[in-house]
Design a protein. Sequence first.
Length: 319
Amino acid sequence: MSASSSQIISVVTGGAGFLGSHLTDRLLAEGHKVIAIDNLITGNVANIEHLAGNKNYKFISQDVTEYLFLPGKVDYVWHFASPASPIDYLRIPIPTLKVGSLGTHNALGLAKNKGAAFLLASTSECYGDPLIHPQKEDYWGNVNPIGPRGVYDEAKRFAEAITMAYHRFHGMNNHIVRIFNTYGPRMRLNDGRVVPAFIGQALSGEPLTIFGDGKQTRSFCFVSDLIDGIFRLMMSDYHEPVNIGNPREMTIREFADQILRITGAKTSIEHKPLPVDDPKVRQPDIGLARKLLGWEPKVDFDEGIKATIEYFRDKVGVA
């Protein structure tokens, strides 16, 4: 990929993942040249197949916990590399910790070396099982550092700390987005999160599995809305964490009922024990994003979930 000095160059770690691939599409649409880096431990080549032959796109197969060297200039580094679902980070806990620590350090080093702006894809899991509701950015969280989910929570909390340290010590133009539950096409059917799990079960005629009593809440943001908020944050002059998510909260049971309604599936609901440290509530306060970025979600739940269901129909072979 050759680039003139006037072209904007973005590096996306985790570029073959659900969010990284959607971010790549947005950056290409904005006229950026994109270099995606991914070791495909949870990413999927299918997410970027449509970019084959695009002269503005380059893919590098590499683990970001290893030293990152790229020739030429880089304007933006978007650090999205990390397992992001419980089924993944419980299966590969040490790589999860390493990508949050060593990987973030390497990505920051690349941005520092190139004089590039940096954005960390952090998570609402930094709030843990929250004791305040909804969650605002100034809440420090309620996290069990040695619990099974701690490998993800603490990796991201460390990543936030080192991102802020590089901003304060080196004067880097760094940004942190705390991502709340996001859904849309390119999610993995078997990644363990509630959206693909319920949709896959409904389309296959299997019982929908609810962990616990189903009264725990989540707030679901469609992927295009999330990416728009993230893009705006990178282009802003704000350097502390910002929540990006949809404040429309529903219980898991309500979400299951919506999936059954929209798919028309004639199946039952079964309950299993709640996993350790599973958050009871999750809802972003997006006042800061509204004020700083002029951002709020636009995609209606029915519209977004129908698009997601259509994507998964192909994955489960349902006509």
